[in-house]
Design a protein around this ligand. Structure first.
Ligand code: KIV
Ligand code: ZN
Length: 525
């Protein structure tokens, strides 16, 4: 049943934690510059709050907050802190850059976490919450408190913690399902009972933060809304620790498509959903599965004859939302040498990139240079240009040659590849290697030149664009020290596209290693 008794706000606030909970998961790390690109897209998408990171955990998160704060003046920007004075001081300093700052403080409350992680008893937890929420309120007016592992916490104690946090000045109370353990029925009950019994609950916004370990993150977030939550925490494409977080595209479209049932709106511009999803896929090199709800390639594809027949008669037979309403486009616009800056800017925006004047000037020059080499510039080319801009610190391909060197065994053709790269310090490195075929030789030469060893799990090339203007896109799945990574590259030549895809992964690893050296390694769910 829809809970209408708790009308704290007229709509659901969308708190996006792609840049914090999402970014800290394996294979999803982003540089401060990439976080800025993503934050601009999130602001255009219309999220209410962007959690930019966890400043006490890394220099990279502090830099990201400074960059984002300088630019995004209309969106609330949040950062995470443990219940530690040093964390809160660091967060408060980072938030000085924000026009609308929110300090997000968390502490575990469940018996398992109290005993094994915190080694604190209930009284100590309550005292820490009281002290650190009050301290955070000393810096900013907008303070969120999260009771980590709330769904496995004794309800009486959770109510006490909530009461203490509100009395100490918290303005938002988040009750996370940290390990994705809850069910919709349980979480709906937890929210409605806590809201009903805790003094002061009517003065704050309650928030849901659900992980997807049992595939229930979106269902649980919707149930929390029924129980009275008026903020939902989520990530683009559902990235996040382990199985991920509640996916923004799914929760937002569920609230929109089933508005008659939930009676709650969001401020999201749903036509920006697919471009934002695709931007993140490119930035972190993690594609979504084809059948992913809303943003997967097959989400609006109709294959069977019966479905196609129904669709031709009436779209509503097999479609509950229109692809254009979530940002799928029916046509791909192709740019060329006659295209002006405004057209390039418009296309970049459609792809999720919102550039400052100076950045646009630079990209437009690169676009013009590309038009000298090829007749048309596709979306994939523009995305490669943008990727190159953010990879300026990594390895760049200067030249490559691949040649066959003779037969090996019955079938395999031995090949030799020579690559010349400029390394992150701008120095030239070149290496030659042999392999079973041109791609094997190429990857061996790149590994020798960069010192990065990747195990290839899958390799695909396909064409983007039409006819003589078609270009090759290579996609790689690789493993490095037990973690899976994806990379892609586009070029008029498929072997070169393959080299760019390989470097895409290598540069990602490089960025991650650089970030790890400046990090304290603290991460939370
Ligand atoms: O999952 C969780 O409990 C968290 C909190 C830090 C909000 O990410
Ligand atoms: Zn989390």
């Amino acid at each position: 049943m829809v809970n209408t008794s708790n009308s704290q706000t007229p709509r659901i606030r969308i708190f996006d934690t792609t840049l914090r909970d999402g970014e800290q998961s394996p294979g999803c790390s982003m540089s401060p510059q990439q976080k800025l690109v993503m934050a601009r897209a999130l602001a255009e998408l219309g999220v209410d709050i962007i959690e930019t990171g966890f400043p006490a955990s890394s220099q990279s998160d502090r830099e990201a907050m400074a960059l984002i704060g300088r630019e995004l003046r209309g969106t609330t920007l949040a950062v995470l802190s443990r219940c530690l004075a040093t964390d809160i001081e660091t967060s408060a300093r980072a938030l000085e850059a924000a026009a609308h700052p929110r300090l997000h403080v968390f502490l575990s409350t469940s018996p398992l976490h109290r005993e094994h992680k915190l080694r604190m008893n209930k009284e100590q937890v309550l005292e820490s919450v009281r002290k650190h929420v009050a301290m955070a309120r000393g810096y900013v007016d907008d303070v969120e408190f999260s009771a980590e592992d709330a769904t496995r916490t004794e309800e009486d104690f959770l109510a006490e913690v909530t009461e203490v946090a509100i009395a100490a000045g918290a303005t938002t109370i988040n009750l996370p399902d940290t390990v994705g353990f809850s069910t919709p029925e349980e979480i709906r009950g937890m929210f409605s009972r806590i809201i009903a019994r805790v003094p002061g609950a009517e003065r704050v916004v309650f928030s849901a933060h659900c992980h997807d370990d049992l595939g229930l993150a979106v269902a649980n977030s919707l149930a929390a809304v029924e129980g009275g939550a008026r903020q939902v925490e989520c990530t683009v494409n559902g990235i996040g620790e382990r199985a991920g977080n509640c996916a923004i595209e799914e929760i937002v479209m569920a609230l929109k498509v089933r508005n008659a049932f939930y009676a709650q709106d969001t401020a999201i511009d749903t036509r920006r959903i697919v471009p934002t999803s695709q931007l993140l896929q490119r930035l972190v090199g993690m594609p979504v599965q084809r059948n992913k709800a809303v943003v997967g390639a097959n989400a609006f594809a109709h294959e069977s004859g019966i479905h196609q027949h129904g669709m031709l008669r009436h779209r509503g037979t097999y479609e509950i939302m229109r692809p254009e309403d979530v940002g799928w486009e029916s046509s791909q616009m192709v740019l060329g040498r006659h295209s002006g800056r405004a057209a390039v800017e418009a296309r970049l925006r459609a792809l999720g990139y919102w550039l400052e004047e100076e950045e646009l000037k630079l990209v437009f020059e690169q676009f013009k240079a590309l038009c000298e080499q090829q007749r048309v510039v596709t979306d994939a080319d523009l995305q490669t240009l943008m990727q190159d801009a953010s990879d300026s610190q990594g390895y760049r391909l200067s030249s490559m040659t691949v040649s066959n060197v003779g037969q090996h065994g019955d079938t395999a053709q031995r090949a030799s590849a020579r690559v010349e790269l400029s390394d992150p310090d701008g120095q030239r490195v070149s290496e030659t290697a042999e392999g079973d075929g041109p791609v094997d030789a190429l990857f061996a030469a790149l590994a020798a030149a960069t010192g990065v060893q990747l195990t290839l799990d899958s390799y695909q090339v396909h064409s983007v664009g039409i006819g003589a203007d078609a270009r090759g896109e290579a996609n790689l799945s690789v493993t490095h020290q037990g973690t899976a990574y994806e990379g892609s590259g586009t070029s008029g030549d498929i072997i070169e596209a393959s080299a760019l895809a390989w470097l895409d992964v290598a540069n990602r690893l490089l960025r991650q290693t650089t970030a790890a050296h400046s990090d304290s390694g603290v991460a939370v769910a």
